[in-house]
Design a protein around this ligand. Structure first.
Ligand code: MTE
Ligand code: MO
Length: 209
């Protein structure tokens, strides 16, 4: 269940990208079931083209011991609702990149979640200081349906680019489509440009389908 908004948000709020409307409360939206968190089996892996060529992994305690940050950001679902002004607390993607440097020729990452959900990102979007692996929203731990123990938030892109229940990051030397990007959604997903569907892609926006 979401908390009610403090004040109604007018449809003219400048934080709303074109075609989006403000959402009351916090709906949960995802494909497939909500995974059960198994603390002993849980890990967070970084694999693929790391600088060391080695895979890195944190257990739950190790991940939670990484430096933490809070980012105030909006969440824009491609189905046209936006949740404005969330405080997301967790580990910045930049901190993950600092802990496990990518090889110099890495251009993209794939973020992997439970049950094989994935989202591809340009390295620049992933490295953005506002991109955060969130464990909390507005000071409260995430609930299971919202991605406990950790979800990615990429404020400048549509929310499908932020997997809930994240388990791994893959460093890539070429772009590859993630779960929704393979199923008709735009490879880049900038809400300010309304990059919703793959038929809107221009040459160079993504790998061939
Ligand atoms: N693992 C996983 N993460 C996901 C999804 C999903 O289906 N599976 N859906 C995405 C979409 S489309 C949206 S809008 C947001 C919704 O986040 P919420 O349920 O916390 O509102 O989660 C994103 N992350
Ligand atoms: Mo969404």
């Amino acid at each position: 269940m979401g908390q009610p908004e403090q004040e109604p948000i007018p449809p003219s709020d400048p934080r709303l990208p074109p075609g989006q409307r403000p959402q009351r409360g916090w709906p949960a939206l995802h494909y497939g079931p909500v995974p059960r968190f198994k603390p002993l089996a849980w890990d967070f892996q970084v694999f693929g083209a790391t600088a060391s060529a080695e895979k890195h992994s944190w257990d739950f305690a190790g991940f939670n011991a990484l430096p933490r940050t809070t980012v105030r950001a909006d969440l824009h679902c491609v189905t046209k609702f936006s949740m404005l002004g969330n405080d997301w607390t967790g580990v910045s993607a930049a901190a993950v990149l600092a802990q496990v440097p990518p090889a110099p020729d890495v251009t993209h990452v794939m973020v992997w979640a439970e049950y094989g959900y994935s989202a591809n990102l340009r390295l620049a979007d992933f490295a953005d200081p506002r991109t955060v692996f969130a464990t909390h929203r507005n000071g409260e731990p995430l609930t299971a349906e919202h991605g406990f123990p950790v979800r990615l938030v990429v404020p400048q892109l549509y929310a499908w680019k932020g997997p809930k229940w994240v388990r791994a990051v893959e460093y890539m030397r070429a772009d590859r489509r993630g779960f929704w990007e393979e199923r008709g959604y735009h490879n880049l997903a900038d809400p300010w440009r309304e990059q919703r569907y793959s038929y809107q892609e221009e040459p160079g926006d993504g790998p061939l389908r």
